[in-house]
Ligand binder design. Sequence first.
Ligand code: ADP
Length: 377
Amino acid sequence: MKVGILGGGQLGRMLLQSAANYPVETFVMENDANCPSAHLCHHFVQGNIRDFDSVYHFGKNLDALTIEIEAVNVEALEKLESEGVKVFPNSAAIKIIKNKILQKQFYSAYKIPSPEYIVTQNVSQLNEHLSFLPAVHKIGMGGYDGRGVQLLRKSEDFSKGFDAPSVLEKMVDIKKEIALMVAMNEKGETTIYPSAEMLFDPVLNLLDFQISPADLPEQTLWKAEAIALRVVKELKSAGIFAVEMFVDQNNEVWVNETAPRVHNSGHHTIEGNYCSQFDMLWRVILGYPLGNTDPILPSAIVNVLGAENFSGKAVYKGLKDVLKIDNVFVHLYGKQDTKPGRKMGHVTILSNERQELIHQAMKIKKLLTVESENANG
Ligand code: ADP
């Protein structure tokens, strides 16, 4: 089969690493000819994944397409689908998820628990909703990695809001942020991975480290699993999905958002589970049986982020020391240049002991840094 990936970042790169084990010819489209995926696919096409003609021409001679980012031209995918190209996830699912307003309306329509919300069209409308605070303002289109999200606690924060169609969502008193990966094949069969628990860096608002399985009461996990499966079944699309959820102080579970693709919260499955999220997506696309999601060992992931004050050609400090540690797996994404907070790689740690996972994660965060030859300024 000829399969195309829209987007050429690290998700595409790891998907291509898995593709090497399957009978598949791979194509990648991305603007940057030096992107992390460019040198691992069979055919690289330089092009804009948001542009109708580029996506349509890229896809028209392929058997199937998948995405590594939602910001793709959905109209082109709709046309390709109508001409028999399979798209994982399908264009209808991407359309819902791509726009936070439609995504929230989808959860309401299917009675999937997600924080209460109001749709706002511009920043001045926020003034009408003082009684809704504390809340979180989320831009409808185009936000990612925390950049389309503002916490609004009091009216003075309204100026931080988005002057574009957005969602104003009730702030949840979060105990834990978790994510569950679900795969669904074309027959509608599903499989679910053990939960992952996220810990965030409050400054960069980026994932700090993550542990799987999440430490939660069994009944909360069951609830989360049932909700994640519902989300994917109601989206009615084959593919792989990360359902991100909040567990509040009362152990209630709320869907934050869904990513219709391989996801950062599933990177540990490469070494931590029998079938990785990347392997699983190929099984779905190529029509093979779903894989085994069981964990081999509990795992943690540390994101390797560009250090503050360094920009330019990346230099990895401490790599040798990290590579000396047993049951630790380093993944560098092959990005030439670093900048503060840029996702440059991740490290997976396996251990039976949760304390050991936390200990090693903290240690690795300090040991492995990404700098450049010259510090800024
Ligand atoms: P992105 O898609 O940019 O990652 P998210 O919607 O996941 O944005 O929001 C980023 C972070 O903001 C979340 O991980 C969470 O910590 C916080 N957040 C988002 N929505 C809420 C909410 N309703 N209540 C409390 N915190 C929230």
